[in-house]
Design a protein around this ligand. Sequence first.
Ligand SMILES: Cc1cc2nc3c(=O)[nH]c(=O)nc-3n(C[C@H](O)[C@H](O)[C@H](O)COP(=O)(O)OP(=O)(O)OC[C@H]3O[C@@H](n4cnc5c(N)ncnc54)[C@H](O)[C@@H]3O)c2cc1C
Length: 312
Amino acid sequence: MFNLNIQKNIPLAPLTTFKIGGPAKFFVEVSSEEELIEALQYARNNNLQFFVLGGGSNILVSDEGFDGLVIKIKFIEFNVDIEKNKITAGAGVPLSKVVRDSIANNLTGMEWAAGIPGTIGGAIRGNARAFGKNTGMTIESVSVLDINEMKEYVCAKEGCQFEYFGSIFKLKPNLIILSTIIKLEKGNKDKSWSEAMNIVKKRNVMHPQESSPGSFFLNPVVADEKLRIKFEKDTGKVLGDEKIPAGWLIEEAGLKGKRMGGVMVSEKHANFVVNLGEGKAQEVVMLASLIKMKVRDEFGVQLKEEIQYVGF
Ligand SMILES: Cc1cc2nc3c(=O)[nH]c(=O)nc-3n(C[C@H](O)[C@H](O)[C@H](O)COP(=O)(O)OP(=O)(O)OC[C@H]3O[C@@H](n4cnc5c(N)ncnc54)[C@H](O)[C@@H]3O)c2cc1C
């Protein structure tokens, strides 16, 4: 027994980048696999549902909060093997640390992720991506706890089923990511820093600075050739694959700047719903419904959330 410090009624809003939502009925931080297992057993013994929290940068917590146990992953072991060009990182290590420390050690391959908040565990589950690169590209293996068996196993890259904003870990909620091995290439510190800085600059220009969970909707697959041609003509951009940016569809539907109480579709980037300060989850849900309805009515396209709803 590790005598976990299980706390009651812990506000979740400050633990998310959206800064919205009510409290967790029960809350615990775990920093080892043993503590995680104990927390899961606590949930099981007390008939509680549980939610695994990383950096809280891709979630919307309900105004009522979460009626169960929130387990905050604090696995922060971290090691750089310069000889083998590998990084071993606990699931709770901030993605920003992986970027920073890989560059500092003259390793290249993670620059694209500069400026993305959250943990490496969260990035693996959702296969976080930016500027044509994604998390799965550099993952060698992922250690997980299968909570059905309460057993740890190592999933090699091929078994991780990385896809557009997805992975086996997203498909199977019984898998909790414990740690990962990242395989990089030998690089040049100065070149990598300047690449990462350019990416951060681009993000600052493109993305709003207000509280948000990042992009709200996934870019949908659109077969309608007329719509695809219109996108390319209007933006001067060539569509690389079958997907059209959700932000463009939302803007075309006339919803940029649309406000619902304390939340708003960002004026800067229409796929960002931002919290103006006192935003409520209920307002976000209403605004998201409106966006989905309008985009469906105007373009026959069904948007799906990239963010995860918690406690709804
Ligand atoms: C300003 C801003 C910009 C962003 N830009 C990008 C971007 O460019 N590209 C991009 O892909 N994303 C972006 N995001 C979204 C977000 O940062 C990523 O999705 C991030 O990888 C989420 O990680 P997290 O640790 O915060 O996960 P959380 O938000 O804590 O959790 C997300 C989901 O992952 C699950 N999870 C977390 N840790 C684990 C674990 N160890 N095991 C199993 N499941 C787990 C949670 O249960 C939840 O379902 C942005 C967000 C913000 C606020």
